[in-house]
Design a protein around this ligand. Structure first.
Ligand code: PMP
Length: 453
């Protein structure tokens, strides 16, 4: 039986739900990444490292809420906090103590966070960061890095020439795209030249802290250090997009691991403990452009400000889940546990690739792993290259091959996140063993269909 036939056979309930969904949503899905041929998985419940689909299949989950669930599914502290808050009300249309506690935790953990505003998502956080930076500097251009992802707002979607690697989305005014300068990552000379030629027009430089696609193409620490110096010298606001890395790489994010303080940081995912939430944080003088000037105060200067409404900003349920999660994440124990499981997984997955004679490498940072089928070079320690750029870029893998890997792993009860693994502190040694076995069987099935070499 082929990988595809087996998938269809063992996921009939998902197939039936997808028929209904196709009449409603584009591709029948509610998030691009869930698009999967012939149909995606429909999940009924989840706990710890596992989830169960509508067909009763038990699955080890490495999507983990798209990276939101550092503590795993249904951590009791988070569940209790949400249940208690739900009893007290879901939306007061007013300020509340939990948002203060949540904000205090963020400022305690994240070095660059002098002030912050909560948003509903990471996209909203990066959108606001860009606006704050433009207003603060009075400049319009943004420096972005090739393939770095920052959500789907107009300002941050599409990659204009010369580094265009993704189609610029229809529906975005040309001027919006022209306001971005997209540079190759890890090229200090290009950054230096760009800032010396255009620096006085550049409001901000925004980066995915550990590299494009949560570190698939790692940023080199030397590049990050130099970017900090160069942006500071040109008065360009440096924004670390820590939507994925925040509270994961260390309790204070990648900025603590790098020992580099950006001017602004955007966060989401772990921040909300699995409920919707984001935050834009940074230097007080930048974030305070949101503050409404106090009229009639002696000496108060009338000035323009940046409005920031949002029905669900600091939603009480998200604040309760987020604060409970950050309280647990503050010690670093959960990050360390997840990272050591990831390291063990990477070494064993690399061993499986070697023993099954399939070209490829599994590598990553902290609790984020990437599977690069076809890549010849394996990480020196079986895990990662440290905070260093890759000397060999992972080859592009065909859609057919990556779909087969995902489907094959699902047939074996493992759900991968876009060719990688988001590991949580709830993953166990038993999960590692089962995952390795699943990977070996999937590689064999893929070899049988000539989908890997
Ligand atoms: N920035 C980065 C680095 C992300 O990975 C994402 C989402 N995957 C976003 C921003 C957007 O966050 P959200 O999905 O919460 O809008």
């Amino acid at each position: 039986m082929t990988i595809l036939d087996r998938y269809v056979e063992t996921h009939r309930g998902s197939g039936r739900l997808h028929e209904r969904a196709l009449r409603l949503f584009p591709n029948g899905v509610t998030h691009d990444i869930r698009h999967q041929a012939p149909f995606p998985l429909y999940v009924e419940r989840a706990a710890g490292s596992r989830k169960w689909d509508v067909d009763g299949n038990e699955i080890i989950d490495y999507i983990m809420g798209h990276g939101a669930l550092l503590l795993g599914h249904q951590h009791p502290a988070v569940v209790d906090a949400v249940a208690q808050q739900a009893q007290l009300g879901t939306h007061y249309g007013a300020s509340h103590e939990t948002e203060v506690r949540w904000g205090e935790l963020v400022c305690k953990l994240v070095p660059s966070a002098e002030r912050l505003r909560f948003t509903s998502s990471g996209t909203e956080a990066t959108m606001m960061a860009v606006r704050l930076a433009r207003a603060f500097t009075g400049r319009e251009k943004l420096i972005r890095l090739r393939e770095h992802f920052h959500g789907w707002s107009d300002a941050l979607t599409g990659q204009p020439p010369p580094e265009e690697t993704l189609p610029a989305s229809p529906g975005i005014p040309a001027g919006m795209l022209a306001a971005s300068i997209v540079l190759p990552a890890n090229d200090v000379d290009v950054l230096e030249h760009t800032l010396s030629d255009e620096g006085s027009n550049v409001a901000a430089m925004i980066v995915e802290t550990t590299g494009a696609h949560w570190g698939t193409y790692p940023l080199d620490l030397d590049y990050v250090l130099r970017a900090r110096e160069l942006t500071a010298a040109s008065n360009v606001v440096l924004i670390f997009d820590e939507v994925i890395t925040g509270f994961r790489v260390t309790p204070g994010g990648a900025q603590v691991a790098y020992n580099v303080t950006p001017d602004m940081t955007t966060m989401a995912k772990i921040l909300g403990g699995g409920l919707p939430g984001g935050a834009v944080a940074g230097r007080a003088e930048i974030v305070d452009q949101i503050a409404i000037p106090v009229e009639n105060t002696p000496g108060a200067v009338r000035r323009e400000r940046i409005a920031h409404p949002g029905t669900y900003n600091a939603h009480p349920l998200s604040a309760a889940a987020g604060a409970a999660c950050l309280e647990l994440a503050a010690s670093g124990v959960h990050q360390d546990r997840a990272a050591s499981t990831a390291a063990q997984l990477a070494r064993e997955l690399n061993r499986a690739l070697r023993e099954e004679a399939v070209a490829g490498a599994v590598y990553g940072h902290s609790s984020m792993l990437h599977i690069a089928l076809g890549m010849e070079q394996q990480p020196p320690d079986g895990y990662g290259w440290g905070w260093r750029a890759l000397s060999v870029e992972p080859p592009r893998v065909s859609g057919t091959t990556s779909q087969a890997l995902r489907r094959g792993m699902l047939n074996e009860g493992v759900d991968l996140m876009a060719g990688g693994l988001m590991v949580s502190s709830a993953h166990t040694d038993a999960d590692v063993d089962r995952t390795i076995e699943a990977f070996r069987r999937t590689l064999r099935a893929m070899k049988d269909e000539a989908l890997v070499a």
